[in-house]
Ligand binder design. Sequence first.
Ligand code: AMP
Ligand code: MG
Length: 340
Amino acid sequence: MTAMNTKRLTIDDIAQGAAVIAAGGLLGIPTETVYGLGANGLDPNAVHAIFAAKGRPQDNPLILHIPDESWLERYCADIPQTAYTLAERFWPGPLTIILKRKPNVPDAVTAGLDTVGMRCPDCAVTRSIIAAADVPVAAPSGNTSGRPSPTTAAAMLEDMDGKIDAIVDAGPCAVGVESTIVDLTATPPRLLRPGGVTLEQLREVLGEVSVDEAVTRLMSTNEKPRAPGMKYRHYAPKAPVTVVNGEPEAAAQYIAAHLEPDDGVICFDNYVNLFKGRPTESIGPKDDREAHARRIFEALRAFDHKDVRRIWAQSPDAHGLGLAVTNRLNKAAGFHIIQL
Ligand code: AMP
Ligand code: MG
């Protein structure tokens, strides 16, 4: 790939952003979850360029982003009423719905699956760009494959400057973890990835929702997960991560007792005093799950600019948004977890 000059766009540059998509180029798109690496989702060459820029394994499918639910029937077949019920309640917002695909969706997007992930992001500029280009925008998170997802344009440029045509800077992402993925082709509906819409919220609307095994444990390489991408190591900073799970005060004390001189810490604001003089990233007050979600990826990324041998992280419990935050932390740690 030849290096290109990545243009910086603002939220007023809708026509320029749409032109990049229409020309088969790569565009950094802001969303409420994380920054995405977008391209024309109907153009296999443009979609292949996403995989090349990220170094993403070909068997990990992408999500199609649309400006509203009326576009579902362009790309999806056998759409159940529950899809519209979810869209009505949660779109635009951090929810991806897996549906049967129509033949016009390229294999490059779905990694050959007969289903496709659909999402309508809660970001006006991105919806306007998609509507102006009049094609669905395929996009994974805008990081190099395996690294923490970017929640600012600057973080995305760390990985993608010179590899994409342009990026739209709309400031930091409001949610900070990726969309929740729910598979409506399964009975009962199945949670494939926890995210900005909580499992509790999904159950309010859908009743029973099962949780895929890949959400809470490490899948070995010879297991076949529901979506191929679920088995990959993810979100990882350069230094190895150890998650300490338990009552917040006890977890912080455990880390303080085991910390070695070159180690870094991710902790709640309440406990920063325990780690004075150490490389520390705090992710918000212990009960503020929205803050944890907003800050977790920047905290992980920050250690790549510090010289640490390993990273200790305390994590919230699995309620509400905590399920998404612990899922990302556990994956960043390769499921190296100390349970107190
Ligand atoms: P990213 O947002 O970078 O995590 O990439 C998109 C995510 O959506 C990946 O984790 C995929 O595994 C998931 N995904 C996309 N399409 C499908 C699908 N048809 N079935 C299951 N998961 C999907
Ligand atoms: Mg990703």
